[in-house]
Design a binder for this molecule. Structure first.
Ligand SMILES: NC(=O)C1=CN([C@@H]2O[C@H](COP(=O)(O)OP(=O)(O)OC[C@H]3O[C@@H](n4cnc5c(N)ncnc54)[C@H](O)[C@@H]3O)[C@@H](O)[C@H]2O)C=CC1
Ligand SMILES: CC(=O)C(=O)O
Ligand SMILES: [Mg+2]
Length: 371
């Protein structure tokens, strides 16, 4: 098995699929690894470190895609990368297909075997390969939101924590999962007044036990979302229905009724976003304004803190990478239902039910293709 790691090409994306210690885990087991020249250079991971871990360096992405049996990446393949995938080649990366019909069509056409980090499940529940990036993005959401509340960034000129004698800002967090609870931790730390909403009352119960009366919890329905959003200074969108397009919980009308200069951070934008007014932005140009409300909708937030994110991601991805590279995808997927849940597209078939439903493909269960 030859594993290939191309340099990421999405806007301001400096993460890399494998760190040198992860390469070493593979080469120690007899797996060959090629890494594109300079893939980790921007985050202090030199070609020399990759070579010391047993990888060979190749000059171009074309060479990585042409030679490797398995491609390990971070972000969903961009159109130029989709065009280089081939029948039977294994792709292991984030995909976020439900809101992305073009990428889905390209992956189906490629005939590649495409495993999405974000739908791999864990023995203890949850989405263990999404969780570390959600921790990063949840924490960053408060940083990004606070910065954009400043006048020079177009915001209303509000300090989230207030000062003695002046009220703190009101942060509303929709979705109390990994993004939401990490955002909550930062917002409470900053001294903001926080309301958190979820449909899962157990999640709210857990947060209530930790934060007590320093936060307000609310069962998520249209009424509660409307009341919270209209009175807020900063809204964080962190909902997820695994694999599916995010529900549009905040309507254009609610945005129009918010304070001018308020900020919304739609972390769920990689699944299409949970604000009706959202569209994906980049680190180079992260915001736009609708009805006086600043929208921050960067689809690869963890790319901004790429060194931290790369190591956190590799901690979660390396175990399955080793299984795939040493056993081959059929055996690895047959042996592990949680890894099998990551299979989204396989040799021209859509194998993840929510993606098939949202994008109108026939759904073919992964089990039927492992034969
Ligand atoms: N923009 C970026 O750079 C990044 C985006 N993300 C995205 O953030 C989103 C959230 O991820 P996680 O926190 O890991 O997911 P999670 O599964 O831990 O949490 C999602 C929460 O949303 C709740 N939820 C579902 N429907 C709801 C509704 N109608 N109202 C209120 N809550 C609802 C669920 O009950 C759950 O508690 C995902 O789309 C993920 O892909 C994650 C990392 C980076
Ligand atoms: C999860 C995701 O989309 C990211 O880390 O960029
Ligand atoms: Mg996309």
């Amino acid at each position: 098995m030859l594993v290939g790691v191309p340099k990421e090409i999405k806007n301001h994306e400096y993460r890399v699929g494998l760190t040198p210690p992860s390469v070493r885990e593979l080469t120690a087991r007899g797996v060959e690894v090629i890494v594109q020249q300079g893939a980790g250079e921007q985050i202090g991971l030199s070609d020399g470190q990759y070579v010391a871990a047993g990888a060979a360096i190749v000059a171009t992405a074309q060479e990585v895609f042409a030679r490797a049996d398995m491609i390990v990446k971070v972000k969903e393949p961009q159109p130029a990368e989709c065009a280089m995938l081939r029948e039977g080649q294994l792709l292991y990366t984030y995909l976020h297909l439900a809101p992305d019909p073009e990428q889905t069509a390209a992956l189906v056409k490629s005939g590649a075997v495409c495993i999405a980090y974000e739908t791999i499940t864990g023995p203890g529940g949850g989405l263990p390969l999404l969780a570390p990036m959600s921790e990063v993005a949840g924490r960053m959401a408060i940083q990004a939101g606070a910065a954009h509340l400043e006048k020079s960034k177009g915001g209303m000129g509000l300090l989230l924590g207030g000062v003695p004698g002046v009220a703190a800002g009101h942060v509303v967090i929709i979705g109390a999962g990994v993004v939401g609870s990490n955002a909550l931790q930062m917002a409470v730390g900053a001294g903001a007044r926080v309301t958190v909403l979820d449909k899962n009352v157990d999640r709210l119960r857990q947060l209530d036990l930790v934060f007590g009366n320093r936060i307000a919890t609310q069962y998520s329905n249209a009424q509660a979302i409307e009341e919270a959003v209209v009175s807020s200074d900063l809204v964080i969108g962190g909902v997820l229905v695994p694999g599916a397009a995010a529900p549009k919980l905040v309507t254009r009308d609610m945005i129009a009724r918010m304070k001018k200069g308020a900020v919304v951070v739609d972390v769920a934008i990689d699944q299409g976003g949970c604000f009706e007014t959202s569209h994906a932005t980049t680190h180079a140009d992260p915001t736009f304004v609708v009805d006086g409300v600043i929208h921050y909708c960067v689809a690869n937030m963890p790319g901004a803190v790429a060194r931290t994110s790369t190591f956190a991601l590799n901690n979660a991805t390396i175990g399955h990478a080793v299984a795939l590279a040493t056993k081959g995808w059929r055996r690895a997927l047959a042996d592990d239902v949680h890894l099998r849940n990551g299979l989204n597209v396989c040799q021209g078939k859509v194998t993840y039910e929510a993606v098939a439903r949202d994008l109108h493909y026939d759904y073919v269960p992964a089990e039927s293709l492992l034969g």
